[in-house]
Write a protein that binds this ligand. Structure first.
Ligand SMILES: Cc1cc2nc3c(=O)[nH]c(=O)nc-3n(C[C@H](O)[C@H](O)[C@H](O)COP(=O)(O)OP(=O)(O)OC[C@H]3O[C@@H](n4cnc5c(N)ncnc54)[C@H](O)[C@@H]3O)c2cc1C
Length: 471
């Protein structure tokens, strides 16, 4: 068997012992396998020595789930070939190795050729993430408003298990009974944070690109007006045979000011005009479909936004992939800037880590949820910002403690907040995972944790994979 070197850990690998959350760990050794065969070789050696393995992809996770707590660290980002493409009965399937980054995936999809241009909807905004990381986090993309979450865009996976066997798992082929629930085996692995095995290949379901796409950013001087506009989008989504809203994102005034304050550090934002700091909220929408349908949808949205106090002359409206990419760059700059600030604060105090909610609330109005956030935040001193998906009220409230005492205060707030949100029917882990950072704040009766305990008994009873994630 072709084996890849396993290196003893030293300071030259320092960048691998933390992720974007600034949570830091340690490892005895590290490897960078470039194929399934090399993954198997590393696992076989670790199994013989009874050393647990933490799997890592692009290290863009924000819950510390790919950060090792001792043992061996296996970074699979170099295992990144495209393996197979097939097109049958209107199904477009692309099989890739897990380390393929989203930027590379995009280039590969453009090369597929043929009359139909294809894309993969569950792309998180961080494009250096890997396909394996997206599968393990069940991450979701900016267009989840129209296309839903990541799970439905995986057809199959190849997984290397702790005993060294390699399994092909296809959606709909095999079901498990876990805690009284019927669970598709593929679903069991998606979102499992690398705790059951390592993906060595993934088959993605691609879909045809819409004919046209527009992006519109609406600005509001009063955030409550933006919330009411979001309520209306939820109760009456602008959808027709010809076009639909595909992305609906909320960005609060604090987020806008945060990005403006760090703009000089984010070179990609060069072409974006400055935003008036008095704006209290922004709503970013994308509309996709046939041109005529998009035009009438945009008209309806413009009228509605005007009714809710947004000046249509100050809105940004663009069409075409390239221009939309620049507006998305602004949307992406929000979490990027939040992470940058956490990183800066972490440099002056190592206790400081990312503190961000990832809660979705189905069946509630946006205004109700935002009022609730504001009520929860009213006594918290450290700075914060809120942004995220309007669909299912899936918002990320980021906190920025600057010293140990503020960090402790914010951690206590997070713990309390997650309990409170569960009481309100919120799903407290939606796309960013639990990892090592959030496990201590999860309500003890959390269904995801209880399911994962059962799955660990089935697939990884010796706790070989990713020790310290979730529990
Ligand atoms: C600026 C910014 C914006 C972001 N925006 C979004 C967003 O819009 N939506 C969203 O959902 N997330 C977002 N994220 C979070 C992050 O990008 C995603 O969670 C992403 O899926 C992580 O992929 P990764 O390759 O970096 O994985 P890593 O961080 O390396 O690992 C994440 C998890 O995946 C596991 N893993 C990695 N590869 C494998 C494999 N081959 N087999 C088994 N397990 C594996 C790891 O063990 C770990 O548990 C954002 C992050 C940043 C920094």
């Amino acid at each position: 068997m072709n084996s890849r070197p396993i290196f003893p850990m030293d300071e030259s690998y320092e960048e691998y012992i933390h992720d974007e959350s600034q949570f830091s760990g340690s490892a005895q050794s590290i490897s960078f396998p470039r194929s399934e065969e090399e993954i198997c070789a590393v696992i076989s050696e670790m199994r013989e020595q009874q050393i647990p393995v933490t799997v890592q992809g692009g290290k863009t996770g924000i819950a510390g789930s790919g950060v090792p707590l001792g043992g061996h660290l296996m970074n699979v980002a170099d295992c990144s070939r495209v393996l197979e493409y097939s097109e049958t009965d209107g199904k477009y399937l692309l099989t890739v190795e897990p380390g393929l980054r989203l930027t590379e995936l995009k280039q590969e999809m453009a090369k597929l050729g043929g009359p139909v241009h294809l894309f993969w909807p569950p792309e998180p905004t961080e494009t250096s993430a890997t396909v394996g990381g997206v599968a393990a986090a069940a991450a979701s993309g900016i267009c989840s408003y129209a296309y839903g979450g990541a799970r439905q865009y995986f057809e199959a996976a190849r997984v290397v298990l702790a005993d060294g066997t390699v399994r092909d798992i296809r959606c709909g082929d095999h079901f498990l009974k876990v805690n009284g629930e019927q669970l598709d085996e593929l679903d069991a692995f998606l979102g499992s944070e690398g705790m059951l095995g390592v993906f060595s290949a993934l088959t993605l379901r691609l879909i045809p690109c819409p004919a046209e796409q527009w992006g519109i950013a609406f600005f509001f001087e009063n955030r409550q007006d933006a919330w009411r506009f979001a309520d209306e989008l939820q109760s009456d989504p602008v959808r027709s045979e010809e076009a639909q809203v595909t992305a609906a994102e909320y960005i609060d005034g604090n987020s806008i000011r945060l990005v403006e304050s760090k703009k000089e550090l984010l070179t990609k934002l060069g072409s974006i005009p400055p935003i008036d700091p008095t704006f209290d909220a922004m709503i970013y929408l994308e509309i996709a479909g046939e041109e005529a349908g998009i035009e009438s949808a945009a008209e309806i949205l413009m009228e509605r936004a005007t009714q809710f106090g947004s000046d249509p002359d100050r809105a940004w409206a663009v069409s075409g992939e390239k221009e939309i990419e620049s507006l998305r760059t602004f949307r992406h700059a929000v979490p990027e800037t939040a992470n940058l600030i956490v990183e800066e604060n972490h440099r002056s105090n190592a206790e400081i880590t990312k503190l961000s909610t990832d809660i979705s609330f189905e069946g509630k109005s946006f205004t109700q949820i935002m009022n609730w956030y504001e009520e929860c935040l009213k006594d918290l001193r450290p700075a914060h910002c809120i942004f995220g998906h309007i669909g299912e009220n899936h918002l990320h409230c980021n906190l920025f403690p600057k010293n140990s005492s503020e960090q402790q205060q914010c951690e206590a707030w997070m713990s309390w907040m997650l309990q409170e949100s569960a009481g309100l029917g919120g799903c407290v882990v939606t796309e960013n995972g639990v990892g090592k950072l959030k496990r201590r704040w999860l309500p003890s009766d959390n269904a995801l944790i209880s399911r994962m305990r059962k799955l660990k008994e089935i697939y990884d009873p010796t706790n070989f994979w990713n020790p310290g994630n979730m529990f």
